[in-house]
Design a protein around this ligand. Structure first.
Ligand code: 5AD
Length: 363
C-alpha cells in the first residue's frame, strides 16, 4: 500500500525550491491524507505534567543543567482536572507529557492512568522519556494506550552528540520503540528538522525509518534554538558545510510532513506546536493541508505553561482558552471536521473492542 518513493526522490523534494513544483508535493500529500485517513482532524489534549528532567539533551530547555528554569510537577488532582477538561471539550485522547522526571513515581503515575481510564472514555498517551522497562510495563497494565518517544534523528553519531546518556545506561530509542510495541502500546516517534549537524541525507533516512518502524504516530517539528542550551548558544562543533545542513525552516518541515504522509499513508501525523511557533498565523493549518491529520491543543494549567519551555516563544503560551466551537469553526474553515473517539490508527481500530464502534462507523 505504501507509495513506492525512493530515497533519491525524497532528497530531490527536500532540496526543491520552486514553489510551483512544490504545489505538486502538497497536492499529493493532501490527497493521500484524504484517501487514507479522511477529513477528520483528531484533537489530543496535551497536559505537560512536569518540567523536571534528569537528562542533559543539548537542544532542550528542560535539560537538568538549565538552572534558571522554575520547575513544577502537577498534582494528581490537577492532572485529573485537565483530563476532565479534555472530555468536556470532546477530545478523544489526553497526552501526559513531561521531562524524564523520576519524581513522577511509577505507582503514582499508574494510579493516575488507572483513574483516567476508569472515569473517562479517553485514550491515554504517555510521553515521559526513556523510562525503564518496568515502568512502561506498569503503565501499560494500568491502561495507558500509547507512548510517544521521538528518536530525534536517525543519525546515530549526531544523536549521541546531542543526547548524553544517563549514567551508564545504554540509550537506544529505536530499541525502546520496538519494545513499546511488544508491550502493546501504539507508538509514536518523530524528529526535529534543522538540528545543527543534520544533513539532507540524514533527514531522508529519518523519513525512510518512519516507514521501517511502522509507527502509528509521527511528529515532526523544526529545531528552535533555546539560549540556555549548548545548541542554542551556537557552539561551532556542529557545522557541516552549508550545502549539507538542513535549515530549521517552516518550508523544510512542510516537506518532511508531506513526504512522511506519502510513505506512511495511514499514520497519525500532527501539525506540531513547534511548527505553529514558527508561523503563528497559519503554520498549523498549512501543516494540516500538507499531510497532517492531528493537532494537540494545550490543556496545561496556564500558571505552569510558560515554565514548560522546551524552546522559546511556544505558540501555546499566549493562546486563548480552548473552546469547542472555535476549534470546530477553525477546522471547518479549512474543509475539515473534528474527529470523534480516540482516533487510533485505522488498522488497529478495526481490531478494537465495541466501545470504539463510533469510529468504525465513520470509516
Ligand atoms: N526545538 C524544537 N523541538 C524541541 N524538542 C526539544 N527541544 C526542542 C527544541 N529546542 C522536541 C524534541 C522532543 C520533544 C518533546 O520536543 O523533539 O522529543
Amino acid at each position: 500500500m505504501n507509495t513506492p518513493i525512493t530515497k533519491t526522490e525524497i532528497l530531490a523534494w527536500l532540496r526543491e525550491t520552486d514553489p510551483q513544483r512544490l504545489e505538486e508535493l502538497w497536492r499529493r500529500a493532501n490527497e493521500t491524507r484524504r484517501a487514507h485517513v479522511g477529513d477528520a482532524v483528531f484533537l489530543r489534549g496535551l497536559v505537560e505534567v512536569s518540567n523536571f528532567c534528569a537528562r542533559q539533551c543539548f537542544y532542550c530547555g528542560l535539560r537538568a543543567g538549565n538552572t534558571r528554569l522554575v520547575r513544577y510537577r502537577m498534582r494528581a488532582d490537577e492532572i485529573s482536572e485537565a483530563a476532565n477538561q479534555a472530555v468536556a471539550l470532546g477530545f478523544g485522547t489526553v497526552v501526559l507529557q513531561g521531562g524524564e522526571d523520576y519524581g513522577l513515581q511509577t505507582q503514582w503515575m499508574a494510579d493516575i492512568i488507572r483513574r483516567i481510564k476508569t472515569e473517562t472514555p479517553l485514550a491515554v498517551t504517555l510521553s515521559l522519556g526513556e523510562r525503564p522497562d518496568s515502568d512502561l510495563k506498569s503503565w501499560r497494565e494500568a491502561g495507558a494506550d500509547r507512548y510517544l518517544l521521538r528518536f530525534e534523528t536517525s543519525d546515530r553519531n549526531l544523536f549521541e552528540e546531542i543526547h548524553p546518556p544517563l549514567g551508564n545506561r545504554p540509550c537506544d530509542r529505536i530499541a525502546m520503540l520496538r519494545r513499546l510495541k511488544e508491550l502493546g502500546y501504539e507508538t509514536g516517534s518523530g524528529v526535529m528538522v534543522g538540528i545543527p549537524g543534520q544533513s539532507y541525507e540524514s533527514l531522508a533516512n529519518d523519513i525512510l525509518l518512519f516507514r521501517e518502524l511502522d509507527l502509528d504516530m509521527i511528529g515532526i517539528g523544526p529545531f528552535i534554538p533555546h539560549p540556555a542550551t549548548p545548541l542554542g548558544m551556537g557552539l561551532p562543533i556542529f557545522s557541516p558545510s552549508k550545502n549539507h545542513q538542513v535549515p530549521n525552516s517552516e518550508l523544510l518541515v512542510y516537506k518532511a510532513v508531506a513526504l512522511t504522509r506519502l510513505l506512511r499513508p495511514d499514520a497519525n501525523i500532527p501539525a506540531t506546536t513547534a511548527l505553529a511557533t514558527l508561523n503563528k498565523t497559519n503554520g498549523r493549518d498549512l501543516g494540516l493541508r500538507r499531510g497532517a491529520n492531528v493537532f494537540m491543543p494545550n490543556l496545561t494549567p496556564h500558571k505552569y505553561r510558560r515554565f514548560y519551555e522546551i524552546y522559546p516563544s511556544k505558540a501555546c503560551i499566549t493562546e486563548p482558552k480552548n473552546q469547542r466551537a472555535d476549534l470546530a469553526g477553525q477546522m471547518q474553515a479549512i474543509g475539515r471536521h473534528i474527529g470523534t473517539g480516540p482516533g487510533g490508527r485505522k488498522k488497529q481500530v478495526r481490531l478494537a473492542p465495541d466501545s470504539w464502534e463510533t469510529e468504525l462507523n465513520l470509516a
